[in-house]
Design a protein around this ligand. Structure first.
Ligand code: SF4
Length: 270
């Protein structure tokens, strides 16, 4: 391919992208982002605009969306899971040697999915923004609204902080949750953990008012789905007047870690 031919193809593709109002990333002899969409997507998916990506980020924090709905095919037939990891260490196979289906279900592809699920990702992914850019603590994820409706709590009554463990912790043992004291009169605490931050598979337990930390009870911990994100927060509950109860300002995410062995035969580098 001569430089002139590549330049003419680049211009044809750019013109086509402009006419069709789409986005094309050009990565031959230089990198260009031709984005002619009338309504470009925000960097972080929202629940309304991209519910699938939103769910992935909340249910399986750290799972790179690129690795499940994209592949990159190089001109030499080499297949990569994304446009970022094309340095060779993330190669999933070569179309000159195997069919696409065999590559998509091959040891490297499966090993990458295993790593995304368990947090044991290849070394190249560890420094990539698609892996490191997690949803921050949230002040009003969906399960809060459901809990408010169920218990008669007020959405406006917030006012104390969560203190530990850190947001997005992966842990094999039930962690100790810790928070600051509410600024209101209350009877006890209600601690809530919600799968994917939606009101599905929600775990609740009570804590006496005179302590501000508690381990997740074993009988709850063992029923939590492994390698999934549980979003948690705490209410200081006023039993007589639930509407006066107060919630911790943020909700954090934690993951019950389960290791899965790396796949034999995979050439991904860790
Ligand atoms: S984390 Fe980055 S390098 Fe790894 S598969 Fe996703 S986009 Fe590619």
């Amino acid at each position: 391919m001569s430089k002139e031919w590549i330049a003419s193809m680049r211009e044809r593709i750019r013109t086509a992208a402009e006419e069709k109002k789409i986005r094309v990333i050009w990565d031959v002899e230089g990198h260009d982002n031709f984005d002619y969409r009338e309504d470009p997507q925000p960097t972080r998916p929202t629940k309304a605009r991209d519910p699938w990506a939103w769910k992935l980020q909340h249910y399986l924090p750290g799972y790179c969306s690129q690795s499940v709905y994209r592949v990159k095919v190089d001109t030499d037939g080499q297949i990569y899971p994304c446009c970022v990891g094309d340095d060779g260490t993330l190669s999933l196979g070569n179309l000159n040697e195997k069919g696409f289906e065999e590559i998509w279900n091959g040891p490297e592809s499966q090993d990458l999915r295993r790593g995304m699920l368990t947090g044991d990702v290849p070394k190249f992914c560890k420094g990539c923004g698609f892996y490191t850019d997690r949803v921050p603590p949230e002040s009003y994820p969906p399960f809060i609204e459901d809990m408010n409706a169920k218990h008669g709590f007020s959405a406006e009554k917030v006012g104390f902080e969560l203190e530990g463990p850190e947001h997005m912790i992966r842990t094999r043992e039930a962690p100790q949750l810790e928070w600051a004291a509410p600024t209101i009169k209350f009877d006890d605490y209600l601690v809530v953990l919600s799968l994917g931050s939606q009101d599905r598979d929600t775990k609740c337990f009570r804590v006496p008012r005179n302590v501000t930390k508690a381990f997740i009870p074993a009988e709850l911990w063992t029923t939590m789905q492994e390698n999934f994100g549980y979003w948690w927060t705490v209410w200081g509950v006023n039993k007589k007047r639930p509407q006066d109860s107060q919630r911790a300002t943020p909700s954090r995410c934690l993951i019950r870690q389960k290791d899965i062995k790396r796949l034999p035969g995979s050439s991904l580098e860790y």
